[in-house]
Write a protein that binds this ligand. Structure first.
Ligand code: TRP
Length: 337
């Protein structure tokens, strides 16, 4: 159990279904880089969860595990203070998930709003795989196996924390105080739209900018960004509100004076789309340039990246084993012989 003097513990994670992108950066990575100095940080590469919607193409997951770790290190997650854990290598999470299944009804699982959205989006109809429906239960196991106090997330993940808290309450009331009840730590920036202006970002939607983007592709993606469809000529007054180019300027351009100037000129019909995009490209390239460099360096150090994964996972597993021992004791799954 944790003592008073210990730092609070954070657990976050990502599905390794692609490279991490600007949405991850603004929604959580940036926050984690800052928080790792204040809290004991565990970051889970959720490859088992990634299989819930990639089980027909496991190679999609396999190929991205290492790349996601390189993304973490590239943005400044420091493995000497943060622990990076590969989910599949901690089987205690699966065991805990099985115990939690008893505590969640089918109706409750179907009520999770994020799952509901995804079920609709994926077009499962009535053929929802059980594994998919149960992934929030397994996520509750992710969070509680590491006895996390806080989970920094974007708003789409709030229903997962809610469901985790319910499971913890139910477990503790049935079997005695065993599990830590986590709280969500919501990021400050509202959700980033896709480059096409869509509310949902995704690799399959082709509307994301990866952290590992080359300058050429970055430029192309910025130049193709959706802007203000009502504006035909650069002299037409343009809309700032909801215009993804300005949402991205607000999120990523550190020159706030320049952004205000561009907004004023855009609104007055005194600047063209090409210029506001050119300035956005420069701002993004200034952010991604150093990340790209660090990534390149890390790609050439496979031994180092492997060691980070191995050492982090071993440390995470030790903690998971401690938790599962307490859980088994609480469940009277004891030593029978
Ligand atoms: N579901 C999260 C996502 O899609 C990833 C995730 C897996 C996670 N396990 C977690 C997030 C535990 C926070 C805590 O982004």
């Amino acid at each position: 159990m944790k003592t008073q003097i210990q730092k609070k513990r954070i657990l976050t994670g990502d599905r390794p279904t692609g490279r991490l992108h600007l949405g991850h950066y603004i929604g959580s990575l940036q926050n984690r880089v800052r928080l790792q100095h204040e809290y004991e940080t565990y970051i889970l590469v959720a490859d088992v969860q990634a299989l819930t919607d990639n089980f027909e193409h496991p190679e999609n997951v396999e190929r991205n595990v290492r790349q996601v770790v390189i993304d973490y290190l590239g943005v400044g997650i420091d493995p000497s203070i943060s622990t990076i854990v590969i989910q599949s290598q901690v089987p205690e999470i699966c065991e805990l998930t099985i115990y939690y299944m008893n505590l969640v009804t089918l109706a409750r699982a179907q009520k999770n709003p994020t799952v509901k959205d995804e079920v609709k989006q994926k077009g499962f109809g009535s053929r929802i795989p059980l594994g998919f429906l149960a992934y929030p239960i397994s996520q509750a196991a992710d969070i509680t196996i590491f006895q996390a106090d806080l989970v920094p997330v974007g708003d789409d993940q709030l229903p997962m924390i809610e469901q985790t808290r319910e499971i913890v309450e139910r477990f503790n009331s049935l079997y005695g105080e065993t599990l830590t009840k986590p709280e969500a730590l919501l990021g400050q920036f509202p959700r980033l739209p896709g480059t096409d202006g869509g509310a949902k970002m995704g690799k399959s939607l082709g509307n994301v900018i990866d952290l590992s983007e080359t300058p050429d592709v970055l430029r192309k993606k910025v130049m193709n960004m959706y802007t203000d469809p009502t504006r035909i000529h650069p002299t037409d007054p343009g809309h700032i509100e909801g215009n993804p180019v300005f949402v991205y300027h607000d999120a990523f351009n550190s020159d706030k004076g320049l952004v205000e100037d561009l907004k004023a000129r855009y609104h007055a019909g005194k600047v063209g789309d090409v210029e506001i995009k050119e300035r956005l490209f420069e701002a993004l390239d200034a952010l991604l340039g150093p990340i790209r460099e660090r990534r390149k360096h890390l790609q050439n150090e496979p031994g180092y990246v492997s060691r980070v994964m191995k050492e982090g996972t071993e440390k995470g597993r030790d903690l998971a084993v401690q938790t599962i021992k307490m859980v088994r004791r609480a469940l009277r799954i004891a030593e029978y012989y």
